[in-house]
Design a protein around this ligand. Sequence first.
Ligand SMILES: Cc1cc2nc3c(=O)[nH]c(=O)nc-3n(C[C@H](O)[C@H](O)[C@H](O)COP(=O)(O)O)c2cc1C
Length: 177
Amino acid sequence: MAAPIAIYFGTDTGRTRRIAKLIAQKLGDRALAPVNIGRSTVDDFLAHEVLILGTPTYGEGALPGLSTGLAQESWEEFLPRLQGRDMRGKTVALFGLGDQDKYAGEFVDAMLLIHDAVVDCGARVVGAWPAAGYDFTASLALVGDHFVGLALDQINQAALSDARIDAWLRQLAGELG
Ligand SMILES: Cc1cc2nc3c(=O)[nH]c(=O)nc-3n(C[C@H](O)[C@H](O)[C@H](O)COP(=O)(O)O)c2cc1C
C-alpha cells in the first residue's frame, strides 16, 4: 500500500492552514491530518516517507517564525533543527503562499528555503509548478520557468487556487506513484 502523506504547514493568519486542509480533503484517505510545523518535533516529522510542506513567505522573502512577527515558532525555528538529519529515501512536495502584487520581487521565496533544507538532508523534491499565469518580478523559488513547488496567491488570485491545487495533485499522483 502507498505510504500515507503527511502534511505540515506554517501560518500566521491562517491561509496556509486552510489550503493544507483543502489539500488533505482532496487527497482523502491517503492524507494524514495537517499539522502546524511549530507544534511538531523533528522525530515525528521524520517518521513519514512522503510529505507535503506548505509555507507563507514573510518579512521580505523570509520563512514564517518569531523573527517575522509570529506569536509561535514555525519553519524558521524548525529547519535548523532538521539540519544534519537523514531524509534519504523520502519524497517531499512543496506549496507556498505569497502576494505577487505587494511582494513582486520576493514572491513565495520561502518555498526555496524549505526546498534547500530538505534537499540538504537527502530528500527528493517533486511537484515543480510552471510560473506561467503569475505576475511578479522575481522569486528565489523559481528554477528556470518552474517554481520548486505549487505557488498560490490567496490575495490576488484566490479564484485560481482550487484548479491549481487539483492540477498539481494530479501531477503529484504520477510523481509519487
Ligand atoms: C509583513 C508581511 C510580509 C510579507 N512578505 C511576503 C514576501 O516577502 N513574499 C510574498 O510572496 N508574500 C509576502 N507576504 C504575503 C503572505 O505570504 C500572504 O499574505 C500569505 O497568504 C499569508 O499566509 P498565512 O495566512 O498562512 O500566514 C507578506 C505578508 C505580510 C503581512
